[in-house]
Write a protein that binds this ligand. Structure first.
Ligand code: NOJ
Length: 752
């Protein structure tokens, strides 16, 4: 009762003040221990990691908890919030966080797939819907967007980002922040989090959590833009990454966390570590114990410790010893309280616990059609020889392959609140579209050769048909195949073969499935390969032997319907790759925006000794960044520049290009604009994306697109890490992908 009174008095006091002075007034009442308490994030009972916080309620009562992650459901959150508000001395509300990565309950496609839509409006809408669902369920803070550029498809977390390009990654990150945070006075908006700061996607050999090292020029020019864009879009929080850079774990990286993130980019929000990252600095070899870790992290610029409670355990003592200043603690505490203030938690600690709305919203099918239309746009048609696609009406379709009816696996990685019963498999989607009498299914093969690993990875290992041998599964598959007109081979990866902690060294279709495909190819039936995976796969054999290939990623709740939309031709495919697909693992890291060497070799030029190439494979990827077909034929022509040369002051340059749909089918095209800075004070990539437009082109119609290249488009970070705009020669390129063979080119000069 006494405590309830204490909160009521506090509430009255803080309500009477302006937002900033409310935080001041509160801080004036806090002890050092209570301030430190705000800097700890505990983990709830529903785990996504490896640790469980102990004595959570007791700690909340003593004021030792600022945030909790992974408590699910408005009622559960409310019960915990009640303890903080009514039973701790100052009644400071907790901010509850969760990984709402690609949907809350309504599962949207994995982020990599969504990026392949190149549709920022759709990405923003998906984030908005996720925010609407999460915000009625107690969640005030999501750990999204993941802004890490990834050029190594072995890295499982490539699934969680936008791909290999910084310009596109920046647009996607900003769209996600807008979707989640739009207008914080609206209680359907929740805090976004710029992660993983920084460079996490640069892990050597694609191994998760592993060493990252690169030059600072490369860092600023090729990796940082998406983080900066998320900050510019107003993200309220950021998360430091697990990896080291320049031999210092990011958790301790003062230069990046403070000088760059806050100094250069102007981030004013709250910075949390990644999960148990402070403790992990001991294994990194960067701290001898947790206390040293806590001191180094807070002094580097971290405000909140996720899970380790190292701040609770050690910071008061460190302050007494003069190793951490009170000013540093105050600053971090202020940032946590300001976050709570901005989220409206001081006005109403239960703002995000709207049980009735949650029941109504989460039980409804309100967002299913959005999940489907977004998924439609993410599918990339890689190859379509002999127009195998769209499937002919009336054809007998054999859906074959273990991923074809494992609907749960279509969620992909990092989905913590799925409505399992509502996922649509590819088989189901095709049955719904073409009729049960026309579509037959066979499992065909095991997913993965190593049964132990396979069962560790599966969401439900009981559906993996380990009761049957590969031979028996193949016999069933061949019999279904033989009685069909066309085979839809549904092969690839289980959801958890990508995402955190799941790198692969071999990114071909796993062996048993590839064997199945080879056997199916021998039947002579036309085959459409639909890959269902969280990453680009090496599809060299497939490209040579299979006429039609579609990559359908892990598309979430409506995966099967979306695949049916595209295979049937009801939807003309419009997805375009945002990562290069290598021909062989040995080409990795492979990305379109690479540098030239002094002995460059063309993408498709055959081997020549003493030039920069391989003797066993061409330099080109199998499928280029930006590639994706439709059922229409789009011709690019009339590339025009507003001038051949301009001074800096005369920029922007206007670029026009004409698109003509030479087919009888309406299409959506993603027109891409690249530049190449030919000579500069530091070497520049052979191509850099600087603009794109997703545009409808009606059957037989032409559209003229106009782009603008401004000062920023031509600028880069020079050797001293200053952003410069140098005069000189450029190539301006427009077309349907980063493949030189499809790009129109013009020269342009910036004069002094
Ligand atoms: C670890 C992951 O790296 C991060 O992305 C995630 O937000 C946290 N765990 C919290 O679950």
């Amino acid at each position: 009762m006494k405590k309830i009174f204490a909160f009521a008095a506090l509430a009255a006091m803080i309500l009477a003040c302006s937002p900033k002075s409310r935080v001041d007034a509160l801080m004036a009442q806090m002890t050092l221990e209570e301030k430190i308490g705000q800097l700890n994030q505990l983990v709830g009972p529903e785990l996504t990691g490896t640790e469980a916080s102990q004595n959570v309620e007791e700690k909340i009562r003593s004021g030792a908890v600022g945030s909790i992650l992974n408590i699910k459901g408005a009622e559960n959150v409310r019960a915990v919030q009640k303890i903080a508000v009514e039973e701790s001395r100052l009644g400071i509300p907790i901010v509850f966080g969760l990984d709402v990565i690609h949907g809350y309950e309504t599962a949207f496609p994995i982020p990599l797939a969504m990026a392949c839509s190149w549709d920022m409006e759709a990405i923003e809408r998906a984030s908005r819907i996720a925010a609407e669902e999460a915000s009625v369920s107690g969640i005030a803070w999501t750990f999204t967007p993941m802004c890490d550029i990834a050029r190594d498809p072995r890295w499982g977390r490539i699934a969680e980002g936008a791909g290999e390009d910084p310009y596109l990654g920046a647009a996607v990150a900003a769209a996600q922040v807008r979707g989640f945070q739009r207008d914080l006075s609206d209680s359907t908006c929740i805090a976004a989090c710029v992660k993983h700061f920084a460079l996490y996607g640069g892990a050597q050999a694609g191994r998760d959590y592993y060493t990252v090292d690169m030059s600072r020029q490369q860092m600023f020019n090729e990796y940082m833009l998406p983080y900066q864009a998320a900050v510019d879009a107003g993200a309220l929080t950021a998360m430091s990454s697990f990896n080291e850079f320049e031999s210092v774990p990011l958790t301790f990286h003062k230069y990046l966390l403070t000088d760059v993130l806050r100094g250069r980019y102007g981030f004013e929000g709250m910075l949390v570590t990644d999960y148990t990252a402070i403790k992990e600095c001991i294994a990194h070899g960067a701290a001898a114990d947790l206390k040293e870790g806590a001191i180094k992290a807070i002094n580097a610029g971290v405000d909140m410790d996720m899970v380790d409670e190292s701040f609770n355990k050690h910071l008061a003592e460190a302050v007494k010893e003069g190793k951490v200043s009170v000013k540093t603690i105050d600053q971090a505490c202020r940032r946590v309280l300001e976050l709570k203030e901005k989220l409206g938690l001081f006005d109403d600690p239960y703002r995000f616990c709207r049980e009735e709305q949650a029941a109504e919203l989460l039980q409804s099918d309100k967002y299913v059609s959005d999940a489907r239309s977004v998924a439609d746009e993410c599918i990339v048609l890689l190859k379509n020889e002999g127009s195998v696609l769209p499937l002919k009406e009336g054809a007998r379709i054999a859906v074959i392959g273990p991923l074809g009816d494992l609907s749960k696996e279509m969620l992909g990685c990092w989905h913590v609140m799925p409505k399992y019963h509502e996922q649509i498999s590819v088989y189901q989607g095709l049955v719904d579209r073409f009729g049960a009498d026309k579509v037959k299914y066979a499992f065909g093969s095991h997913v993965f050769d190593d049964q132990k690993v396979e069962s560790k990875l599966a969401l439900d290992k009981n559906v993996l048909r380990r009761d049957k041998s590969d031979e028996a599964l193949l016999a069933e598959a061949l019999s279904v195949a033989r009685s069909s007109d066309v085979i839809v081979a549904t092969l690839g990866e289980l959801a958890r073969m990508s995402g955190e902690g799941c790198s692969r060294s071999d990114i071909t279709i796993p062996a048993p499935q590839r064997e199945l495909l080879k056997a199916l190819a021998k039947t002579g039936k036309p085959i459409v390969l639909v890959t269902l995976a969280g990453r680009p796969l090496v599809l060299d054999w497939e490209d040579e032997n299979i006429p039609a290939i579609v990559t359908a990623w892990h598309l979430g709740a409506e995966a099967g319907n979306a695949v049916a939309d595209v295979l049937s031709g009801d939807v003309n495919p419009s997805g375009r790759l945002t990562v290069s697909f290598p021909r062989s693992v040995g080409q990795i890291p492979i990305h379109y925006n690479h540098k030239n060497s002094g002995r460059p070799r063309g993408d498709y030029a055959p081997f020549q000794r003493y030039t920069s190439c391989y003797c066993d494979v061409v330099n080109a990827p199998l499928y280029h960044f930006g590639h994706g077909l439709s059922y229409s034929e789009i011709e690019y022509s009339d590339l025009e520049l507003s001038a051949d040369s301009l001074s800096r002051a005369q920029l922007p340059l206007k670029v026009k290009v004409k698109l003509t749909n030479k087919s009888g089918r309406d299409a959506v095209e993603v027109a891409q604009l690249y530049i190449h800075d030919r000579f500069a004070s530091i070497t520049r990539p052979v191509k850099e994306l600087k603009g794109f437009q997703r545009v409808a082109v009606g059957a037989g119609q032409s559209v003229e697109l106009e782009f603008e290249l401004d000062k920023d488009s031509f600028s880069f970070y020079d050797y001293s890490l200053e952003k410069v705009l140098e005069a000189g020669d450029f190539e301006i390129m427009a077309g349907a992908s980063a493949d030189d063979r499809v790009l129109l080119k013009k020269n342009f000069r910036i004069v002094e």
